[in-house]
Design a protein around this ligand. Structure first.
Ligand code: ADP
Length: 777
């Protein structure tokens, strides 16, 4: 309710003041009016007395003349009366002329000059004057007539006295014409002195004078409207006249009224304006107070729920407020905190010390990283920021503390540092070179092993692009592979980029050729991609491989020549060149021949491997019908089937055309079929299956033999690997067959693989390019 009324208060005040002003004004006007009226009455009385005396003094002069005529019984001496009239007219300035009209005809007039025309005027002939004259004759009383326009000019009043002689016998008229201007001059003068406007009202105007019959006001000193006037009767013979009086400057009081009104209203407006301002400032103040309260509440809410410790400390060192986080950091309750001083947490927090520092610093707050003593006397390292909130007086100010417990962060940092040191130690001591770079090849980190490979000091290594150090200028292949990898890094996300494994060779700082194996991975680091190079010096291994290969090649060649002649000789013997041999010798020769052929196979394998490794094996890729190739393979290896009592079964009825080297195909099939036969149980069958894929044909050889142990499966295509590598192994072989197969399949743009379960069997398959539309039934 109060809220509703308050905005209207200034308006109400304005209305109130205006009403009060109007009331006051009304009363004042009434008072003024009554005062004015009293004055007016008294002034009007004075004017009336003056007017009556002016009129009557002139009128009564005629009385003497009338008495004279009556005394002479109407027979006056013309000369005598003429002198008298003349003197009379001269002495009384109000009188314009005096006329004597015996028998109603003007006989004498004084002064004669200027009035000659009226001599002989007969009243009954003058319709303008005769009714009035008739009236006074009948009433036998004198009467004042006019005012009216005089023939001689100006306004005049006529005082006519009917003269009766000898027992009321009518004789004639004595008429005195008064000059209106002269009669009223004193009255007008006095009225103007009194600032009055006066007028004469004839109550019988319509009958008394034809000229003024339209108005009752027969004369006035100024205005002819008398709205608020005083009317007094005038005592003149034969007339019922009233004197109307009013103040001529009555208007000025209207100005006064408006002046007072204006002042009143202005005061009202000013007061309401003031009140509005006061209400507004009061409202603003209360809004500000509410906002202050709200912000105080928000601060307190933030204060209590802040994740960091907060406290307010008076300038004299009294704790005003401590938030729960700070209490938890320090281990005190709020009551206990009030009993301890700030410097008992840390000497730096002594209030005087704080004040001194505050005055000598330019920042917005004091910052300390100090150990605070907790309740249990342990220390907690905290980052403290302290600011002084200054009041109007120094004592009204207070310190605001923000405390962040750093112990967890410090512990984490220490742990991180430990782990970084640990990682660094690994990097420093690992045998492989580890280098990290950005995508432009700028080195970010390098370990001692990497520096040892190139034999270049770190300061000389880091400024140069690392990529160019990874290959010799003539090694275009490595360069291409690396560029291809970097292109992939630009386009793909690090997780999608496969690790690049390549072999390369470099020249170290001393000029030695170093064979290296490089493994590159892309990793995401913050906002950029980083490359991690693991570089291994494989010079020694390469050397060994070379030696091994050379040795094998030499040995094989050296063995093959004599072996060929041995086998030839044995064949001749077996063929009966020397006639029929004794049974025991024949058997021995047959065993020798079998072992010799086995040995030749091994040597051939070794030489094939050697050729493949040196890239010297020739491939003639042509189109072949698979069924033809498989028929030949089954026939060639029929001896194995027989030996191990197994049966080759071609499952597929379809024929396909593939691209391959026919001779190498047979070599691969021989290896797979002989292995399958070797490791199958007697009387089992070996299935040959064809499965077309999108662009390749899969040829699979499935056996149901002993299978390959799981731990051996990842080595199966490596050179010289055999499940049973012991010297007492039952099956023959070099452990080279499958690795030769893999090389050859890859050369023919195919791939090779297997699946096997120990005790169940194995399936070896290889895929070669398929000529699609060639599929025939
Ligand atoms: P090898 O000349 O010794 O047969 P391979 O490279 O052909 O050499 O085979 C390597 C080894 O893989 C064999 O010694 C054998 O242990 C195992 N192996 C190959 N094929 C089969 C198979 N079908 N079943 C079981 N083991 C097999």
């Amino acid at each position: 309710m109060r809220r509703l009324i308050t905005p209207w208060l200034p308006l109400l005040l304005l209305v109130g003041v205006v009403i009060a002003t109007e009331l006051l004004l009304f009363e004042e006007v009434q008072r003024q009016k009554s005062l004015t009226k009293q004055n007016l009455i008294s002034h009007a009385g004075e004017i009336r007395a003056l007017l009556e005396s002016e009129l009557n003094s002139s009128i009564h002069l005629a009385t003497g003349m009338v008495s004279y005529i009556q005394a002479k019984n109407g027979h006056y001496e013309k000369d005598e009366i003429q002198v008298w009239m003349h003197n009379l007219q001269k002495s009384e300035t109000n009188i314009r002329n005096i006329a004597i009209a015996p028998g109603n005809r003007i006989h004498l007039v004084a002064p004669l000059q200027g009035n000659e025309s009226v001599i002989g005027l007969y009243y009954p002939d003058n319709p303008a004057q005769w009714p009035a004259v008739q009236k006074i004759i009948q009433s036998k009383t004198a009467a004042l007539a006019g005012p009216f326009e005089l023939k001689q000019g100006g306004l005049g009043l006529a005082y006519r006295v009917p003269v009766f002689i000898n027992n009321n016998e009518y004789w004639g008229l004595v008429s005195t014409v008064l000059d209106v201007k002269s009669v009223f001059s004193k009255v007008t003068k006095r009225a103007s002195e009194l600032k009055m406007n006066i007028g004469l009202q004839d109550l019988e105007a319509s009958t008394s004078d034809a000229n003024l019959s339209s108005s009752k006001i027969i004369w006035s000193s100024g205005k002819t409207e008398f709205d608020d006037s005083v009317a007094l009767n005038i005592d003149v013979p034969g007339r019922n006249l009233k004197l109307l009086s009013q103040y001529s400057e009555y208007e000025t009081s209207a100005w006064l009224t408006w002046g007072i009104r204006l002042i009143g209203w202005t005061i009202g407006a000013l007061l309401s304006f003031l009140l509005a301002r006061i209400i507004r400032s009061y409202r603003l103040q209360s809004i500000a107070a509410i906002a202050l309260n709200e912000s105080r509440e928000q601060f307190m809410r933030a204060f209590t729920t802040a994740p960091q410790g907060m406290a307010l400390l008076s300038i004299k060192g009294r704790w005003l407020n401590i938030n729960p986080t700070l209490l938890a950091i320090l281990g005190y309750t709020e009551e206990e905190m009030h009993d301890i001083s700030s410097d008992s947490l840390a000497p730096e927090l002594h209030v005087e010390h704080l004040l001194k520092h505050w005055r000598h610093q330019d920042n917005n707050s004091l910052q300390y990283e100090i150990a605070l003593q907790r309740k249990d006397e342990s220390y907690v390292t905290c980052l403290i920021s302290i600011a002084l909130i200054e009041g109007r007086k120094l004592e009204q100010g207070y310190w605001i503390f923000q405390v962040i417990d750093m112990s967890a962060r410090i512990a984490a940092e220490t742990k991180l540092q430990d782990s970084a040191e640990y990682t660094q130690a690994i990097l420093d001591n690992v045998a492989d070179g580890i280098v990290s770079t950005n995508l432009q090849g700028e080195i970010k980190s390098i370990n001692p092993a990497a520096l040892a490979i190139w034999k270049i000091p770190e300061f000389n290594f880091i400024p140069y692009n690392f990529f160019s150090r990874l290959y010799r200028d003539d090694n275009l292949k490595v360069r291409e592979q690396l560029e291809h990898f970097l292109e992939g890094c630009e386009m793909l996300r690090p997780g999608q980029i496969p690790t690049l494994n390549i072999e390369s060779n470099i020249t170290d700082a001393i000029g030695n050729q170093v064979d290296i194996e490089i493994s590159v991975t892309a990793t995401e680091r913050k906002d950029h991609v980083e490359l991690i190079f693991v570089v291994r010096d494989i010079s020694a291994r390469k050397q060994l491989e070379l030696m091994q290969s050379e040795f094998v090649s030499i040995v094989s060649h050296e063995l093959r020549t004599p072996l060929t002649s041995i086998i030839g000789s044995l064949r001749l013997m077996e063929g009966g060149v020397f006639g029929k041999l004794p049974d025991a010798l024949d058997k021995m020769i047959r065993i020798a021949l079998q072992n010799g052929q086995q040995l030749a196979l091994i040597i051939n394998d070794i030489l094939d491997m050697d050729k493949l490794a040196a890239g010297k094996m020739e491939f003639t890729i042509q189109e072949h019908h698979i069924r033809e190739l498989l028929a030949q393979a089954m026939e060639t290896n029929q001896s194995y089937a027989k030996q191990y009592q197994v049966k080759f079964v071609l499952e597929s009825e379809h024929d396909y055309r593939i691209r391959c080297d026919g001779q190498r195909f047979q070599q691969i099939m021989s290896n797979l079929l002989s292995n399958a036969a070797k490791y199958s149980k007697p009387d089992s069958h070996i299935d040959i299956r064809l499965t077309p894929h999108e662009n390749t044909l899969e040829i699979a050889v499935c056996d149901y033999g002993e299978g390959i142990p799981i731990q051996f499966q990842d080595k199966i295509f490596k050179k010289f690997s055999q499940v049973d590598g012991s010297s007492t192994r039952k099956k023959g072989g070099t452990g080279l067959g499958l690795s030769i197969c893999k090389e050859m399949v890859q050369r023919m743009e195919g791939e090779i693989g297997f699946s096997s379960e120990e005790g169940v069997g194995s399936t070896f398959y290889f895929r070669l390019p398929l000529i699609k539309e060639s599929s025939v039934a």
